[in-house]
Design a protein around this ligand. Structure first.
Ligand SMILES: [Zn+2]
Length: 401
């Protein structure tokens, strides 16, 4: 069934049963008339109507899973799935695996703690449903995970890009060579890292594997994946309606223009999102892909988050552009970005953990910031192990008032 027919089918159910969307849909004559949904509205709705809010299409008894957003950008939002909508999540993840070339016979290692965040829960179950041996890395230390990857001869690693690099770093310290493991594919999500060229290059190099990005959100679903050509993030347009808007004017963007992605999911009728402002910034291309898929692609993946943009002396930079420079230098083990806002002019301060002599690395980083991004940064070496390490949703950017 065509996406818009599916939407209309869902719309009829929501008008009748969903308090959150009932009113929004009633006043709209066409799809483009429906007001955008924002994260703030969801937070607000759950605060006023605890604990789950009013975006429930069915009685609470119909829901079989509950997860929450990581809350990095505010209060966590709770998200509920029915059996049908969870099955739909798994279907979306099957597309992620298929895009990356994962197949029956692979052994999929999921380095994830299986807590309240949705994270890789759906990846784990989708992998199992596709017939792969699926290995949990829950409740384990990094060292135990490394051992498990080698001993069980895992061929696919699923984790955040940051955590992939952390595994590699710990392996190196223990004299293990990850490129000698059976890992042939790595699949990432949780942060834009795997689409950042230098981060991808490093992961591919240390694992001797092909690295794929994927993008999803707790409240939305797994909406984007890479195919074997690695030429942008395919949006799963069988299951999502994608629009690109100008985040300032809220008007539609032309193809190839950078904007904010607005999504509608079609398979999560129990707790849907319609015209949701994802905050993910990118650029859509509708050129057919060499893989044969016709869906829209985000060129270069998610380029940043609307709320993460930093302005340094009139120049707009995303943390991903900074990461792309830092990752050129394998001596940098971990880093953190601080933006100081005491004065009118914002200042960028970069803290780095460096292995070995630091002077030349710091000098080159400074040059590259100024040449490639046209910004000046103060760069400070900090003690090994002093910066936070992340397993999920890295937050390397802080604002200092
Ligand atoms: Zn493709």
């Amino acid at each position: 069934m065509k996406p818009m027919s599916r939407f209309n089918e869902m719309r009829a159910i929501l008008l009748e049963r969903n308090r959150f969307y009932g009113d929004r849909l009633k006043g709209a004559n066409c799809f483009e008339d429906i007001p955008f949904t924002t994260k703030e509205q969801l937070v607000d709705d759950q605060a006023k109507n605890p604990p789950f809010g009013t975006n429930l299409t069915f009685p609470v008894e119909a829901y079989v899973r509950i997860h929450q957003t990581s809350g990095t950008a505010g209060k966590p939002v709770l998200w509920l799935d029915t059996k049908e909508s969870w099955d739909w999540w798994l279907r979306c993840w099957e597309e992620v695996f298929k895009g990356a070339g994962v197949r029956a016979g692979d052994r999929v290692y999921v380095a994830f703690s299986f807590g309240p965040f949705i994270g890789f829960w759906a990846a784990f179950e989708a992998s199992q449903r596709m017939g792969m041996m699926t290995i949990s890395g829950g409740g384990q230390s990094t060292e135990q995970r490394l051992r498990s990857i080698f001993q069980r001869e895992a061929t696919v690693l699923v984790c955040t890009p940051t955590y992939a690099l952390r595994l590699a770093d710990e392996a190196r310290q223990r004299g293990l060579d990850m490129s000698q493991s059976a890992i042939r594919i790595t699949v990432h999500a949780g942060e834009p890292g795997a689409s950042i060229p230098e981060t991808r290059r490093r992961i591919q190099e240390v694992f001797g594997a092909k690295t794929f990005d994927h993008v999803g959100m707790t409240e939305m679903g797994a909406y984007g994946f890479e195919c074997e050509t690695q030429s942008g993030m395919h949006i799963n347009e069988d299951e999502f309606i994608a629009e690109m808007i100008d985040p300032q004017t809220l008007g539609p963007n032309a193809e190839g223009e950078k904007g904010e992605l607005v999504l509608t999911n079609l398979g999560r009728v129990g707790m849907p999102l319609i015209r949701y402002r994802t905050g993910d910034l990118g650029m859509i291309s509708r050129e057919p892909c060499a893989c044969g898929r016709l869906s829209a692609r985000l060129i270069g993946g998610v380029l940043g988050r609307a709320d993460d943009m930093i302005t340094i002396r009139g120049i707009n930079v995303f943390p991903s552009a900074i990461e792309n420079i830092v990752r050129r230098h394998p001596q940098v083990v971990e880093f953190a970005i601080e933006v100081h806002r005491q004065r009118e002019m914002h200042e960028l301060h970069l803290k780095v953990e460096i292995e070995g002599p630091a002077d030349s690395v710091i000098e080159r980083l400074g040059q590259e910031f100024s040449n490639d991004l046209r910004i000046r940064a103060s760069i400070q070496r900090v003690e090994d192990g002093s910066l936070p390490r992340f397993e999920l949703k890295s937050r390397r950017l802080t604002f200092v008032e």
